[in-house]
Design a protein around this ligand. Structure first.
Ligand code: KIV
Length: 280
């Protein structure tokens, strides 16, 4: 059997065909072992540039580089078999020109083996998305609150509460869909805007902080599993308290080491055969 026949990985057209159907389930992942677990439950695994904040403790996604995305994209591809893996194009790797975007996206696809990239931006990115899709690179769009534009948007606030902004976001969604994106992340907006977009565009909308009217949902895995104790965004539901569990495990380990309870007899290598005595 060929390698292709063994693997039934979801494709961008499969996800595109889910418009108005069963909700699309998506989470971010950055490591092979997390990807292996999420692969059983997710249709789309997003290697988000949120890795800058989640893995590296950065304040924003802006310093994230193409090399960082490629390294983690490769790890996620190794860990997953079924989900469509989408890798984020980081800030500065695609905005200068369509050509820059193509070269960066081609590197991501060649070096990770992923099947699609995600690009933040609306009408201003339509030409770029059209070029990439016409050259064989499936693109997921990302509009609404765009974290790479945090400095020009003035913070991580929800967008589209006034009519002017709402109209802009809808126009962005339509431009990205017309340009050929196969799906669209809609981040940080009110339900009525998400509903208008979802009704107007022919591609699935995947919401994050954009209400249940979208065709699917995406969240950052570390938020979902409770890795951070200090802050949980309003749109996140925490399904586990793994950060707390890690602290408990580390604390129990530290206590055992200090009391010489670890390693125990079960952790020791057995003695091997006695060395032969040399004849005198
Ligand atoms: O980088 C990321 O994790 C994202 C999701 C939040 C959609 O873009």
């Amino acid at each position: 059997m060929s390698a292709q026949a063994e693997q039934k990985r979801l494709t961008a057209p499969d996800i595109r065909a889910r418009k108005g159907g069963d909700p699309i389930v998506s989470l971010t992942a950055y490591h092979a072992h997390t990807a292996r677990i999420l692969d059983q439950y997710c249709d789309v695994i997003l290697v988000g540039d949120s890795l800058g904040m989640v893995m590296h403790g950065l304040e924003t996604t802006i310093p994230v580089t193409l090399d960082m995305m490629i390294l983690q994209g490769l790890a996620v591809m190794r860990g997953s078999k079924r989900a469509l893996v989408v890798v984020d194009m980081p800030f500065g790797s695609y905005e200068a020109s369509k050509e820059q975007a193509f070269l960066s996206a081609a590197r991501v696809m060649k070096e990770t083996g992923c099947s699609a990239v995600k690009i933040e931006g609306g009408r201003e990115m339509a030409d770029t998305i059209a070029l990439l899709t016409s050259r064989g690179i499936p693109v997921m769009g990302h509009i609404g609150l765009m974290p790479q534009s945090v400095h020009s948007l003035g913070g991580y606030r929800a967008r589209g509460r006034d009519q002017v902004q709402a109209d802009e976001i809808v126009a962005d969604a339509e431009a990205v869909a017309d340009a050929g994106a196969f799906a669209l992340v809609v981040e940080g907006t009110i339900e009525s805007v998400a509903r208008t977009i979802t009704q107007r565009v022919p591609i699935p909308t995947i919401g994050i902080g954009a209400s249940p009217v979208c065709d699917g949902q995406v969240l950052v895995i570390d938020d979902v599993i409770g890795m951070f104790s200090d802050f949980t965004p309003k749109f996140v539901r925490r399904y586990a308290e793994i950060g707390q569990r890690i602290a408990e495990a580390a604390s129990a380990y530290a206590a055992d080491v200090r009391a010489r309870r670890f390693p125990g007899p079960e952790n020791l290598f057995g003695a091997g055969p006695a060395p032969l005595k040399r004849a005198k």
